[in-house]
Structures are given as C-alpha cells and as structure tokens.
Write a protein that binds this ligand. Structure first.
Ligand code: A3P
Length: 294
C-alpha cells in the first residue's frame, strides 16, 4: 500500500506504446474494470491542461458551497481514477466510494486506455486541452515539485523530451488528437480549451451547462465564475494542493501562474522556431487549432 514517507521519483517505461510510471499502472486491472454509471462525469485531460480548474467549476455547478467542500481537498472530492498516489488508497476505490451524485472522476489517460464501461454507460466526458507550449512549461514546473514524477532535468532537455512524447501519460500530440478524433463518434464528449476558459470563463460555464443539461440562474453561474478565479483558488487550501502528500510547493506552487502565453518566458526564440517546425509536421493531419496567446 501507499506510504507517503517512501515516495521516490519513478522511472518512465513504455506501456502499450505510451510512456507511463508505475504510479498510474499499478492498479491497472481494477481501473480497466471500473464500473461507470450513466450520470458519472469524467474529466479527461493531458496533465497540466486545466484539470483542477474545470474540476472545481463542475464541483461548484453541481454542489455549490457545501460543508464537504470547505473541508475536503479537491483531489479527494474528484477521484483521480488511475492514480495510486494517495494515503486514502487508489483513485479507483475513491471513485467507487464517492458519496456525490453525480460522481466527478478525473483521468489523464489517453482515450484508448479509458475503461470501457464509460462508453457502455454513455457517461458524459469533459475533455480540456491546452496549447502545447504553455502545457509543456506548466508540466516542467510540476515535475520539479512533485516527488513522484521522473526528474525533469534541465529545461532544454525537457523541451526535447516533450516533443518526443517521453512524458508521463505519453505524447501531448497523440493525447489531444486521440480525444479530438473520439469526439467525432461519441456525442457525450465536450472538448474545451484552457485558452477559451481564460478568455471568457462565463461563456465556457454556459457551454458546460448546455452540455450537462444543467439549468442554473445567471446569478448562480456568476458565483461559480468568480469562485474559480485563479487568486481565489490559489489562496484556498482545498484547491491549491497545499495538503497533498507528494508535492513541495516551495519549489513551485501548484497554482503557479494561470496564464496563457507564459511559454514566452521559457522558450528561447530558437526553441520556439524549432518547436513550431516540428509541431507543424506532427499536427499536419489534425483539424485541431490552438491559440498560444489571447
Ligand atoms: P500554470 O502552471 O501554467 O500556472 P492541472 O489542474 O491540469 O494540473 O493544470 C494546472 C494548471 O492550471 C496550472 O498552470 C495552474 O496554475 C492552472 N490553473 C488552475 N486553476 C486555474 C484558474 N482558476 N485560472 C487559471 N489557471 C488555472
């Protein structure tokens, strides 16, 4: 079982064509056999794309400000399905035992690894994508501060590793495209973008409500939009991960910058050019469009 005092950085290995660490494969059989319900909401993302932001929006939309919410950290209210990094036990067990209805469940799995019961039950899925450059920067700082991920090393080597897809949960390119393709055949999938959320949170909340079939008053929706602002979440111990067993927020806070375009403070001009050329090749067959600034 998981012991927070014995955490050490895991090695990447190839898992059915996707780079993973044991923390997310140790419970594989149970995760694959997870029994989804028709009213479950699955929040799917590549790591660092805005998972927590959207999780908190959904949490507030469904449950408002409750006692559970002000006393339980977001990572215990929203179950991280494939994770084994919790003193409370595997994320799959947390998901099984969530007291809420609907259950909010989070995953970073590429689409081909999602337990089949979600498709069978026709559960709603919210996918959040973030432009590759900001996603990479955010992931780099995250890997520096969480003691379970492989050592990020220097930025310049991380940069190459990201382009090669040698990241935990695999290639960003495969992830965003795999889920985008799924959207063509699975109608209960809402594909949204971090940049849109940043540009107009209210509009994105409206879109989420339509997708979820939720009617909320303008006033309720405004409350949600103001409740999920970056500074609010950064100063709230239930949403800023300050109580998480594997993170050292002195190295880099979980709620780090929350901006579109922070990549400009990390990429050199040469790196940006090299990245863009490679990006064009990798994304040439994709209709996905990202904004790297707003
Ligand atoms: P940065 O590292 O760029 O600041 P995830 O929840 O998927 O791990 O993503 C974390 C990223 O989302 C971090 O990005 C974090 O700051 C950002 N984020 C979380 N809540 C946010 C909010 N309310 N507004 C803007 N960005 C937010």
């Amino acid at each position: 079982s998981f012991d927070p005092h014995k955490i050490s950085r895991a090695e990447l290995f190839d898992f059915h064509g996707v780079s993973m660490t044991h923390f997310y494969t140790d419970n594989w059989e149970n995760v694959q056999n997870f029994q989804a319900r028709p009213d479950d909401i699955l929040i799917a993302t590549y790591p660092k794309a805005g998972t927590t932001w959207v999780s908190y929006i959904l949490d507030l939309l469904y449950f408002g400000q409750t006692e559970r919410q002000t006393s339980t950290p977001i990572f215990d209210r929203v179950a991280f399905l494939e994770s084994t990094i919790s003193p409370l036990g595997p994320g799959k067990d947390l998901a099984d035992n969530l007291p809420t209805s609907p259950r909010l469940i989070k995953t970073h799995l590429p689409v081909q690894f999602v337990p089949k019961s979600f498709w069978e039950q026709n559960s709603r899925i919210v996918y959040v994508a973030r432009n590759a450059k900001d996603n990479m920067v955010s992931y780099f700082h995250f890997d520096r501060m969480i003691r379970t991920q492989p050592e990020p090393g220097e930025w310049s080597s991380y940069f190459h590793r990201f382009m090669e897809g040698k990241m935990v949960f695999g290639s960003w390119y495969d992830h965003v495209n795999g889920w985008w393709k799924k959207k063509q055949t699975y109608s209960k999938l809402h594909y949204m973008f971090y940049e849109d959320l940043s540009e107009d949170t209210g509009r994105e909340i409206d879109n989420l409500c339509s997708f979820l079939g939720l009617s909320r008053s303008d006033e309720e929706k405004k409350l949600v939009a103001s409740g999920v602002q970056f500074d609010k979440m950064k100063n709230d111990d239930t949403t800023n991960y300050s109580t998480h067993c594997a993170m050292d927020l002195k190295i880099s806070p979980f709620m780090r910058k929350g901006k579109v375009g922070d990549w400009k403070n990390h990429f050199t001009v040469a790196q940006s050019q090299q990245f863009d050329e490679d990006y064009e090749k990798k994304m040439k067959n994709s209709t996905l469009q990202f904004r790297t600034e707003i």
